[in-house]
Design a protein. Structure first.
Length: 331
């Protein structure tokens, strides 16, 4: 079989018409305008096939032969590497299928792999890490956001004693819980830190009509501590940021903008899941301690009266809508 093409002589970029023929004795004959020569096939270097790029024959003296029909040359040489991988590189359906499979793999990794890995890493971290992180967060909040409580010493002592008695009856938490009081102008709320601190704001204490209603919110925050949501969120955000950086391979302003938005939305989605898990923990402990979740429902209704105009949709809210949470408790 004769395969036509062109050649580049050694140390020259000029093209010359040429053809090659594979002889029966395992030798290859190349014919050019300058004449012809025969060489054992074993002395030639055959380039790796890649996609639609042509296979090249490189001769010992540096001359290169490039065929017009690369597949014809591969067929003549019975080239072993024109098998599975090379066929995949040239097959559009296989290329599209591979891209789809890769996208699905990334989706599964981000929606299931990272949350699972975050949980494993968070559970495996030493307790001291959670304590240091919690102390640092509290210091930052006190410096930039929170004000000292205005509750009386008597109020604080009474709520603290009730908190101590309640936590003594709970299953053991990953870190010892403690109750802190602060004032914040953003409305009634509470938050949990990774070191076991539960911060309750003055407005929430004022809003609660009964001690049991306030207990339900404190139990919700203890649910975050029990499930280590704070450390999981921290690890997850770090993994998401690192994964986006690895996938993009660069850090331009546009990439940073999209990366930040993607990390934010994914983290907020996980936070809603965490809120539902904390609600379930609080409801379970309310039933065990008080035999009912009614105070928790009442507290949610009170909180609902203090909500803003509700312009943000539920999927973009850090916490699930209180109406949905009340319905979940009813069910």
């Amino acid at each position: 079989m004769i395969v036509s093409g062109f050649c580049h002589l050694a140390r020259s970029s000029a093209k010359h018409d040429a053809s090659v023929e594979l002889l029966l004795d395992g030798r290859l004959r190349i014919m050019t305008e300058q004449g012809q020569q025969e060489l054992p096939l074993a002395e030639l270097e055959i380039s790796e096939p890649l996609g639609d790029l042509p296979v090249k024959l490189v001769f010992p003296d540096g001359m290169q032969f490039i065929p017009h029909d690369s597949r014809l040359l591969e067929s003549a040489l019975h080239y072993r590497q024109s098998a599975r991988l090379h066929r995949v590189e040239r097959s559009l359906p296989l290329i599209v299928g591979s891209l789809v499979a890769m996208v699905l793999l990334f989706v599964v990794f981000f929606t299931h792999g990272i949350p699972w890995l975050s949980g494993v890493l968070a559970r495996g971290m030493p307790t001291q890490v959670s304590v240091v992180v919690g102390e640092h967060v509290l210091s930052t909040l006190d410096e930039h956001l929170l004000d000292p409580t205005e509750l009386s010493i008597e109020q604080q002592a009474s709520i603290n004693q009730r908190f101590t008695d309640m936590t003594a009856q709970l299953p053991q938490l990953p870190v010892p819980p403690k109750l802190l009081f602060r004032s914040w102008g953003a409305g009634p709320n509470a938050m949990a830190l990774s070191d076991g601190s539960v911060i309750v704001f003055d407005a929430l204490v004022d809003l609660a009509e009964t001690p049991e209603q306030l207990d339900s919110i404190l139990l919700h925050e203890l649910g975050h501590v029990q499930h280590q949501h704070i450390m999981k969120s921290l690890v997850r955000s770090t993994l998401l940021s690192a994964s986006v950086a690895v996938l993009t391979g660069e850090s331009t302003g546009l990439i940073d903008t999209f990366s930040g938005a993607g990390v934010f939305l994914a983290t907020q989605g996980y936070s809603r899941s965490a809120e539902q898990e904390a609600d379930a923990y609080a409801a379970s402990q309310m039933k065990r301690l008080y035999g009912t979740v009614l105070p928790m429902q009442q507290m949610f209704r009170l909180l609902n009266t203090t909500e803003g105009n509700g312009e943000l949709p539920e999927w973009l809210s850090t916490h699930p809508e209180l109406k949905s949470r009340i319905e979940a408790l009813t069910e």
